[in-house]
Ligand binder design. Structure first.
Ligand code: GLY
Length: 386
């Protein structure tokens, strides 16, 4: 990129900021990112499930449309990113098995199955015996399950690393520092001031700072994204070669009301997640969090206690009031958002990159992203105050 003012400044170099910058640069926009550690953020903790079908929730059918659109793009997206960087992403089309351990879990899963069918999604009900035939390490008490062959996984750390490389190769400029304040002049966002006082300028500014997006100084209150941190504790274990294949697909369950999932990578890593805690900015790994995850995972797959525990970590999901992302222009000229992806940041990476590149070049959101305009919250605020 030349030394001219960039067309786009992306605040935040997590996977959403990176994909936005990469796609914008591919469309010929001179693009810069400001982030002290590009490729960091929630992707360093996330398990990387691409679970549009198994993570379907009541009231989230609109989000389902975006999730499915992104899931459909994943094969081409992953192939293109690998081609651009030479880096493997751990994209594994392994499917998912959601199982029930008792009568309550079974009833819950039956409801989910009915909702999936009403939504036209593919999932198959299996008996406990059929589940164990697919995954012999499952506990003998498994009462039944849902086989979802379309829900896959990717390694988010590899994804983040590849996106950094792709951006570098596309001449995206990296400012490795924090953005402290949005610059607004004449009623328009024109850049950011970094912690060392440097003034960065750009034609358009994208705020993509994950759970930190609501904290940037200088953003007028009426366009500040209503994003909050939702803590997730996640464990990483290793499957020694003598136990492989320990699991051949993602296995998940709701145990006593808490989600637990086990995501087996081809590398032998087994990711176990995740707590969901509304504790503000706290990222402490707690004995209670680790205990609950291991206890629930052990009920599902008793052999897990034999595996080396290699990492415990907590991250912050960027939660939004309706659990859906905020994508596109705000009420402040020149300021766009790509944030609030909550549980689906990894899944929504391809579609977010495409939507942001589209809106940055044309000024319009593509049809599939329109329901996710940040302006939906501004409208709600106006109605409340009327
Ligand atoms: N999507 C998985 C999680 O947020 O824990």
């Amino acid at each position: 990129m030349s030394s001219r003012t960039p067309d786009v400044l992306v605040i935040g170099g997590g996977i959403i900021g990176l994909v936005t910058a990469w796609r914008a640069a591919q469309r010929g926009l001179a693009t810069a990112i400001v982030d002290p550690e590009p490729g960091g953020g929630a992707a360093q903790v996330a398990a990387g499930m691409l679970a549009a079908v198994t993570e379907l929730h009541y009231g989230e059918q609109t989000l389902l449309g975006l999730n499915l659109a992104s899931a459909r793009r994943y094969p081409d997206f992953a192939a293109e990113l690998t081609e651009a960087t030479g880096q493997e992403l751990g994209y594994r089309r392994c499917g998912t098995l959601a199982v029930a351990l008792d009568a309550d879990d079974r009833a819950h899963l039956r409801e989910l199955h009915a909702l999936q069918r009403r939504s036209g999604l593919e999932s198959e009900w299996l008996s406990g015996r059929e589940c164990r035939r697919l995954e012999p390490m499952l506990a003998p008490g498994v009462r039944g399950g849902l086989r979802v062959d379309g829900d896959h996984q990717i390694d988010p750390r590899r994804l983040a690393g590849a996106l950094v490389t792709a951006c570098e190769r596309a001449d995206v400029v990296f400012h490795r520092t924090w953005a402290e304040r949005l610059r607004v002049e004449g009623g328009r966002a024109v850049g950011a001031v970094t912690t060392d006082g440097t003034e960065l300028s750009a034609g358009q500014v994208v705020l993509a700072a994950g759970s930190l997006s609501g904290r940037l100084a200088g953003v007028p209150d009426d366009v500040l994204p209503p994003v909050r941190p939702v803590k997730g504790q996640v464990l990483r274990l290793t499957v020694p070669k003598r136990y492989a294949p320990f699991l051949s697909r993602t296995v998940r369950a709701v145990v006593r009301g808490s989600q637990v999932y086990l995501v087996p990578r081809e590398s032998g890593e087994l990711v176990v997640g995740a707590t969901s805690e509304e504790l503000g900015w706290d990222t402490t790994v707690t004995a209670g969090g680790v205990y609950e995850l291991l206890r629930d995972a052990h009920e599902l797959v008793p052999g897990i206690t034999e595996l080396p525990l290699t990492e415990t970590r907590a991250g912050l999901r960027p939660g939004s009031p309706d659990n859906a992302p905020l994508i596109g222009p705000t009420g402040l000229d020149g300021l766009l958002l790509a944030t609030g992806h909550y549980r689906n940041g990894v899944l929504l990476t391809p579609v977010t990159g495409d939507a942001m590149a589209h809106v940055l070049t044309t000024g319009e959101l593509p049809d599939e992203a329109r329901p996710f305009t940040p302006r939906r919250f501004a409208a709600a605020l106006t109605e409340q105050s009327a």
